[in-house]
Design a protein around this ligand. Structure first.
Ligand code: FES
Length: 223
């Protein structure tokens, strides 16, 4: 959602359980998405300020992440609170991981610059069931065009937010939100609301896999 909203989708909510983290790429930059023990979601730069280890390799322990390399611990605000090699040190406020605003809407985790207003996402359904994420070797525009050009049978595109495709059909609303991993790679996060039965989700997941296979076949034919 780059043109009208600062919010970028980074993962399916269902894929980041409490106490876990995952690294991802957003516009070529490494980010860590993690969920604390209270269920709150966080998105940070994926780099420890000490020696640059990826935070996504670390361990979520309650309400903080401990870096894999030397165990420095960071609270939910990204502030380092404890350095094992110097247990009595009052850690300087300057040792902090850059953080982003993070929220969840329509079954998807979204990030934006700190201070962004989540009202920009209010047109989306509040909750939705996960279908799957699809990773494509295409630019964001090309990936969204491929979706609208070949929607699942019985579903039609309807106007929606920028950098997303909304499909309606079979008493369901399907949201396909595009995460620009870099200029030539895109992740599509797919959720469904309304008729979100297991059969509907399975049909949509099979459509997504078929779409990816067809796009990959086209790419190898062109090579
Ligand atoms: S690199 Fe993270 S604690 Fe040293």
């Amino acid at each position: 959602m780059t043109s009208a909203s600062p919010w970028i989708p980074v993962a399916l909510s269902a894929d980041i359980e409490a106490g876990t983290s995952a690294g991802t790429l957003v516009n070529g930059e490494e980010r860590v998405v993690w969920r604390d023990d209270k269920g709150e979601i966080h998105v940070w730069e994926d780099r420890c300020p000490h020696r640059g280890m990826r935070m996504s390799f670390g361990f979520v322990r309650g309400d903080h992440i401990a870096c894999l390399y030397h165990g420095w611990r960071y609270d939910t605000g990204g502030q380092c609170r404890y350095i094992p090699a110097h247990p009595d040190l009052d850690v300087p406020q300057t040792i902090k991981v850059p953080t982003f605003a993070a929220t969840e809407r329509a079954g998807i985790i979204w990030m934006a610059p700190e201070g962004a207003d989540a009202a920009a996402l209010s047109t989306l359904h509040e909750t939705a069931e996960a279908v799957r994420s699809l990773y494509l070797a295409l630019s964001t525009n090309a990936a969204l065009l491929a979706v609208t050009g070949a929607p699942p049978e019985g579903y039609s595109p309807v106007p929606g937010a920028p950098d997303t495709v909304t499909l309606q059909g079979n008493n369901a609303t399907v949201l396909i939100a595009a995460q620009p991993r870099d200029t030539s790679r895109t992740a599509l996060h797919i959720t469904v609301s309304g008729n979100s039965s297991a059969a509907t989700r399975r049909t949509l997941a099979l459509w997504a896999i078929d779409l990816r296979n067809r796009l990959e076949a086209q790419t190898s034919e062109a090579a």
